[in-house]
Design a protein around this ligand. Structure first.
Ligand code: ADE
Length: 435
C-alpha cells in the first residue's frame, strides 16, 4: 500500500528533504506553468526518480481538474520501453506528486544542440518516437504537446518520452495554440492548432514528430523567426528547406510529415512502411495483457478487483477520492459527499444504507454488492450514491456522493436523516481518517 502520510504543503525544506519519508528530493530538473520536476532518490531502494510536483490551485484556476483526473488514469496504463513510467502518485493539500522513472541521459535536444545527428542516429530516435506514438494512438492517447523538453534519454541512450497523457498539464489552457506563446515556442505546433480549426490529436502529434525529425537531422528548426507572427506564417504555409546533406528519401518523408493539410498528412501506418523509416526498424514486443485498457494487478497505480467485485483502493483512487488530499472536490461543485472507513462487511454496509434510506421513503434504484443508489424526498430531492472500496482485509472505504436540490423549506435529508442512521458503520471519518 503506498505511503500517503501527510507531507506538508510545500516541498521539504533543505534541512529536511524527505518527501513522504520516502523520497529524498534533489535539484530542480525543470519547470512549466503548473509543475516543477525534481530529481529525487527513493531512500528504501536507493533508486533515482523524477518527481513532478503539480500545483492544484493553478490546475483549478486553469479549469483543468477534469483533465488531470482523466489523464492520471491514462498515464498509469501506458507501458512502453520508450515512455517514462509513472510509478506512484502522492498528494498533500496543495500539490500532487507524480513519481516518474528517472531518465539519466537528460534531454535529447541538449545533445542535438551540441551537434546535429547523423541520418542513422536520427532514424534510430525517430523510430523509437514513432513506436511510442503508434502505441499510444492505438490506445486513443494523444500527446498534443510533443516538444524537446518531453524527449529524454535513459542511461543506454534510448529515448524516453515524458508527459504522455499529462499534456493537459503542460498546456496553458484548453487547446488554444496561441497561448503556447506564453510558455514557450510554438515551433512544434501544427498549423491547424494555430488556425484554431479544431484538430485531430493523432495528426497533430505526427506534425510534431516531423519537426523533431527535421531538428535531429538539421540541428535547427524548419520554421523559425524571432518575430512570432512571421514564424506562424511560415508554419501555415509549410514552406521549409532541408539542409543539403539530407538524403532524397528523408526529404520525401519530411515533406509527408510536414504536410500542412492534416487530411493528407502521413499516418503512423504509412510511416512504418516508408523506405527511409523502415531500415533496421524492429517493432517493440509487448506483453499484451500488460497493455489492456482495463484495470489489472500490475503494481501500484492500478485498481484491482477482489473476487466479490469490491474494488481495492490504490494510491490513485485514494488521491482522487480522499478529502483534504484530493482533486475530487474540484470536479463538480453541485455534488457533495463524504467518505469514511468502516470495519463492517460490504453486505452489512449496503444493507444498512438501504434500511435507513427506505425508512426515509427513498427509492433504491441500483443495488449491487459494492454500490447502492437511492433517490427521492419531499422538500428536497436527493440522489445518493454509496460506493464501497476495499482498503485492507479489515477496512472498507465508504464513499457517499449526494446531489440534493431544495424545492421547499430546507430539509437536508442526508445530514439530518440519513447520516445519523449510518453512524454505526463509521470507523473513522474525514481527512484524519483518510488512509
Ligand atoms: N526532466 C523531466 N522529467 C524527467 C525525468 N523523468 N527524468 C529526468 N529528467 C527529467
Amino acid at each position: 500500500m503506498p505511503n500517503l502520510e501527510y507531507a506538508g504543503d510545500e516541498l521539504p525544506s533543505p534541512e529536511e528533504k524527505t518527501l513522504f519519508r520516502k523520497y529524498e528530493v534533489g535539484r530542480l530538473l525543470g519547470y512549466g506553468a503548473f509543475a516543477k520536476v525534481y530529481r529525487a532518490r527513493d531512500v528504501h531502494t536507493d533508486q533515482n526518480v523524477a518527481i513532478k510536483a503539480i500545483n492544484k490551485q493553478r490546475i483549478l484556476k486553469g479549469g483543468l481538474a477534469a483533465n488531470v483526473k482523466r489523464e492520471i488514469s491514462i498515464m498509469r496504463r501506458l507501458r512502453h520501453p520508450n515512455i517514462v513510467r509513472l510509478s506512484e502518485v502522492l498528494a498533500n493539500k496543495k500539490k500532487i506528486y507524480f513519481v516518474l522513472e528517472f531518465a539519466k541521459g537528460g534531454e535529447l535536444f541538449a545533445k542535438v544542440a551540441k551537434s546535429r545527428f547523423s541520418e542513422h542516429l536520427s532514424r534510430r530516435y525517430f523510430q523509437q518516437l514513432i513506436s511510442v506514438i503508434g502505441y499510444c494512438h492505438s490506445r486513443g492517447v494523444f500527446h498534443r504537446d510533443l516538444k524537446p523538453e518531453n524527449l529524454l534519454l535513459d542511461e543506454n541512450w534510448n529515448l524516453k518520452v515524458t508527459d504522455f497523457g499529462l499534456s493537459a498539464l503542460t498546456e496553458q489552457t484548453g487547446h488554444d495554440g496561441l497561448l503556447h506563446t506564453l510558455c514557450g515556442t510554438p515551433a512544434y505546433v501544427a498549423p491547424e492548432i494555430l488556425a484554431k480549426k479544431g484538430y485531430d490529436g493523432a495528426k497533430v502529434d505526427i506534425w510534431s514528430c516531423g519537426i523533431i525529425l527535421f531538428v535531429l537531422n538539421a540541428g535547427y528548426l524548419p520554421f523559425n523567426d524571432p518575430n512570432l507572427m512571421v514564424m506562424y506564417r511560415k508554419i501555415y504555409t509549410g514552406e521549409f528547406r532541408v539542409p543539403r546533406w539530407t538524403s532524397p528519401d528523408l526529404k520525401r518523408l519530411l515533406s509527408r510529415l510536414l504536410d500542412t493539410n492534416p487530411q493528407t498528412r502521413i499516418t503512423v501506418n504509412e510511416i512504418i512502411s516508408d523506405p527511409w523509416f523502415k531500415i533496421g526498424y524492429k517493432e517493440v514486443g509487448f506483453h499484451h495483457d500488460y497493455l489492456e485498457l482495463k484495470d489489472d494487478n500490475a503494481g501500484s497505480g492500478s485498481t484491482t478487483s477482489t473476487g466479490d467485485n469490491l474494488k481495492v483502493m490504490n494510491a490513485f483512487d485514494i488521491i482522487t477520492f480522499s478529502s483534504g488530499y484530493n482533486l475530487s472536490g474540484l470536479f463538480d461543485d453541485r455534488e457533495e459527499g463524504e467518505r469514511f472507513l468502516s470495519k463492517n462487511s460490504p453486505e452489512k454496509i449496503i444493507e444498512t444504507v438501504v434500511t435507513v434510506a427506505e425508512g426515509e421513503r427513498l427509492t433504491v434504484v441500483t443495488r449491487k454488492e459494492w454500490c447502492v443508489k437511492v433517490v427521492g424526498g419531499h422538500n428536497s430531492i436527493l440522489e445518493m450514491t454509496v460506493e464501497l472500496k476495499r482498503l485492507t482485509d479489515e477496512l472498507v472505504v465508504v464513499e457517499v456522493r449526494i446531489r440534493e436540490s431544495e424545492v421547499g423549506p430546507s430539509d437536508r435529508i442526508y445530514t439530518d436523516k440519513i447520516r445519523p442512521g449510518l453512524s454505526e458503520l463509521v470507523y473513522k471519518t474525514g481527512p484524519a481518517g483518510c488512509p
